[in-house]
Design a protein around this ligand. Sequence first.
Ligand SMILES: [Zn+2]
Length: 222
Amino acid sequence: MGESRRAYVVCPVCGHVFRTTYASTYVTVGRETDLCPKIPGRPSDGARLIRSTVTMCPACSFAAGEAFDDLDLTFDERYGIEERLKEDGLLKVFRKGQPPWLGFHAAEVCGKERSLRSRELGDLCLRASWVCRKERERPFESTFQLRALRHFMRSLQEDDLLGRELSVTTYLVGELNRRLGNHREALNWYVNAGRTTEGDPRAAWLDRLIDRQSKLAREQAA
Ligand SMILES: [Zn+2]
C-alpha cells in the first residue's frame, strides 16, 4: 500500500480549515493501456489513493491537484471560482452524495477559472475516469473519458506540447477514442502518435503500446 500523510489545510477560496490526506507515494505494478496505475490490493484502495491526488474543500467544494498552500489566487479568481462552484449542475446534484469522482470534477471546474492548460484539465478528467473504473461507475467512466478526450484534442492544438508530453497526449487521444468505441478514429491517432516518437529510444515503451493497441483497434473495427 502507499504512504500518505494527513495535514491541516486552509481553503484558499473560503478560508475553511480542514484535515486532508495527501498521497505522497504509492506502489504500482505497471499501468493499464490508458496509463491508469495498477495498484496492489482491492480496486477501491487504488481508487482511494488516486482520489487523494486532489484536495477538495468540504465547505465550498474548491478543489485542486496542487497543495492548497502553494496556490496564490487573485481576488478575481476567487470570485470567479465561487460563482462557478455555485452554478455547477453536477455539484448541485452530487455534493451531498460525494461520489468518488467529485473532487476531480470540482478541480476541473475550478481549473477552468484558474486558466489551467487543456493538458492539465484533461489529466484531471482522465484520473476521474480511472477512479470510476476502479469503483465500477461505468456511465461516469465514459463521461470522463469523453471530457478528457476533448481537453487533450484542444491541448494538441493550443498547448505547444513537445517530446514525451506530445507523444503521450496523442496516444491517449487514440486510446480514449478506442475505449469509447471510435475504432477507426483511434487508428488514425495511433498513427499520429507513432510519428511523434520516431527515432526516440526513450519512447520504445510507447511504440510497443501503440503497436499493440493498433492491432486491437483493427480487430475491433473489423
Ligand atoms: Zn472552501
